[in-house]
Design a protein around this ligand. Structure first.
Ligand code: APR
Length: 255
């Protein structure tokens, strides 16, 4: 791990990306934090501080108190709806356009990567608005009023409660998405790890997989994390400041 001054490090990283046949980025809540979306743990402060996040983000928690858990996610849906993608999101979409074989993997459940122009994003922890029935699993499209209602809608097929399509504590990730994320990390020559504490598994394993397969791992984060020790290069800064500079340099190199 080489702490690096941003300019020097970014030039070297940009050159590696421009030369790579395949590269990958794993993002976490820190990327959306600059759009004003509180991280899961930050959001569990204030009025939600008296609740255990696992009580809010689990199927049992939802069954025991559906209106409470529904409102926890409704507030996040509203926050995302009112937010805009920030320069960090836009920079990742620019990198995907500049580079062949660039894959974006995210732990975030918002749609800010897509609204910034990223396509085919691998959402390891699901998506807030991919609603489905808690009981029969039928996918459901909800209109705005239903999304922002004070209590969950009910499934037309089985009268079960409609839940957000996020991965809750104790639930498995989608196997196909996980396989795709692992493959992208094992084939990458460069991996960017941006805005994640590396506390949650199995997503936190991805940088290790990439490193073991020979990728150059770059962490972009204002702070040290659980993954810092696995990074070849650490750029200590905010994603909304660092990634646009990196995208500028890559665009100059590939044009
Ligand atoms: N730019 C880059 N990184 C940032 C920024 C920023 N502007 N602001 C904060 N960070 C970093 C923090 O230093 C921290 O390391 O973002 C990270 C956020 O960590 P967490 O809140 O733990 O979010 P994340 O790692 O995405 O959590 C993973 O856990 O909460 C569950 O399922 C949820 O997907 C989430 C998973």
């Amino acid at each position: 791990m080489h702490p690096a001054g941003p300019e020097g490090a970014l030039m070297v990283i940009a050159r590696r990306l421009a030369r790579a046949d395949a590269s990958v980025c794993l993002t976490g809540a820190g990327v959306s934090a600059e759009s004003g979306i509180p991280t899961f743990r930050d959001a569990a402060k204030g009025l939600w501080s008296r609740f255990d996040p696992e009580q809010l983000a689990s199927a049992d928690g939802f069954r025991n108190n559906p209106d409470l858990v529904w409102r926890w996610y409704r507030d996040r849906v509203k926050a995302v709806q009112d937010a805009q993608p920030n320069p960090g999101h836009v920079a990742l979409a620019r990198l995907a356009r500049s580079l062949d074989g660039f894959t974006t993997i995210t732990q975030n459940v918002d749609d800010l990567h897509e609204r910034a122009g990223s396509a085919d994003v691998v959402h390891l922890h699901g998506r807030l608005t991919a609603y489905r029935c808690l009981e029969c699993g039928t996918p459901v499209q909800l209109d705005l009023a239903q999304r922002l209602a004070a209590e969950p809608s009910v499934c037309a097929a089985c009268a079960g409660l409609i839940r957000p399509g996020v991965v809750w504590f104790g639930e498995l990730l989608d196997g196909g998405l996980w396989q795709r994320a692992c493959a992208a990390c094992q084939q990458a020559q460069v991996m960017l790890v941006v805005g994640t504490s590396g506390l949650v598994w199995p997503a936190a394993e991805l940088p290790l997989l990439a490193r073991r397969a020979g990728a150059h791992v770059v962490e972009v984060n204002p702070e040290d994390t659980e993954l810092t020790g696995w990074a070849d290069t650490c750029v200590r800064g905010r994603s909304g400041e660092v990634l646009p500079v990196l995208a500028d340099q890559v665009e100059r190199m590939v044009s």
